[in-house]
Design a binder for this molecule. Structure first.
Ligand code: 3IO
Length: 336
């Protein structure tokens, strides 16, 4: 009798322990944690879109995936982002392609003066361009989404009312936006966006050339009391994932991410466009910023000065073996 009770008791415990450990194994194996690195501070649009993506992925995978976000360059900085993700230092990273102009030739063509009017249409055009050409530059990663900021405008400590005012002015910009500034007579100073905070405070630069939401998100309006509307040049971004990390994901999780790709691009573009309206209103109302609009004649002159960039790009890209004319034609078509 005692023996039988002991036998049943042992079996009972065995069954419970087996069940528990099986459950634990499933729970542990089912939980996937992904590290997502970003270079600018948390309140800025690349990080806001990152948090939105995290929320959507965690929701749509019913918590099977946990995304740990690292804003502000705490895991990888702007210039080490691409290689850091390829090396697996982060599973996911957000890159600004203009910081490595020679590396992302095809996708950086979206930053030429081709008439992108806002971040929504820019983001759609960029992603379509990527999908069509699948540039070699991304062969070592999986692209999770792409987006652009809105066209650049001049934010400065001194007013820029005409091209003469801009002559020799030290303004921060990268990639094609630096070329645009140079064509207008300014002195472009290259550095990633987060470094601009200190450069403006120290006076190393007298302003910058980028999308206007930074007036509020980086509080540049405290230093730059003038905006000159020129609406030229966007910065293309990509969210990329390490190949091994991707390959380890179950197919249904991969599907969730691919389903999000275009949606995330559009969401980010729309968020950015709205953020610019808010930032300009805030700059004017709370920070006493003056918004300068060029006359139609003056604007035509500014536009004229940068048209050469497209031909220049075509020539260089063709020499490197890219179907350059087709790429430009496609970008223009994708914008509409
Ligand atoms: C940008 C980069 C980081 C955070 C906010 C931002 N808004 C616009 C940009 C574009 C950019 O990378 C740049 O260098 O102007």
């Amino acid at each position: 009798m005692i023996k039988r009770t002991m036998l049943f008791g042992t079996m009972f415990i065995f069954v419970i322990v087996t069940c528990l450990s099986l459950f634990a194994t499933v729970a542990v194996a089912g939980k996937i944690t992904l590290n997502y690195a970003n270079f600018p501070p948390a309140p800025t649009f690349p990080c806001v879109q990152m948090e939105r993506w995290k929320t959507e992925v965690e929701k749509r995978t019913s918590g099977q995936v946990e995304v740990k976000t690292f804003p502000g360059g705490t895991l990888l900085g702007a210039k080490e982002m691409m290689d850091g993700v390829i090396a697996g230092q982060a599973d996911i990273g957000n890159i600004c392609m203009a910081y490595q102009p020679g590396r992302f030739i095809v996708t950086n063509a979206t930053s030429l003066p081709l008439g992108i009017g806002d971040a929504r249409s820019g983001s759609i055009a960029l992603l379509k361009l990527y999908e069509k050409y699948k540039p070699e530059a991304f062969k070592d990663v999986v692209v999770l989404t792409m987006f652009t900021n809105a066209p650049g405008n001049i934010m400065s400590k001194q007013p820029v009312r005409n091209m003469a005012d801009l002559k020799g002015m030290d303004l921060r910009a990268s990639g094609d936006s630096a070329t645009i500034l140079k064509a207008w007579g300014a002195n472009p100073v290259g550095m990633p966006m987060p470094a601009t905070v200190e450069a403006l405070q120290k006076g190393t630069v007298k302003g910058l050339f980028s999308s206007l939401e930074v007036m509020k998100d980086f509080k540049f309006a405290e230093n730059c009391k003038y905006i000159t509307m020129v609406d030229a040049g966007i910065y293309p971004f990509a969210v990329i994932m390490n190949k091994d990390s991707w390959d380890k994901l179950p197919a249904d999780v991969q599907q969730v991410m691919m389903d999000l790709k275009e949606e995330q691009a559009i969401w980010t573009g729309e968020y950015m466009d709205q953020q610019i309206k808010d930032a300009v209103a805030w700059s004017k109302e709370e920070q006493g910023v003056e918004v300068i609009t060029l006359s139609a004649d003056e604007k035509a002159e500014w536009d004229e000065k940068i048209t050469f960039m497209v031909d220049d790009w075509i020539e260089k890209a063709r020499a490197k073996g890219f179907p350059a004319e087709a790429i430009i034609k496609d970008i223009k078509a994708f914008i509409q």
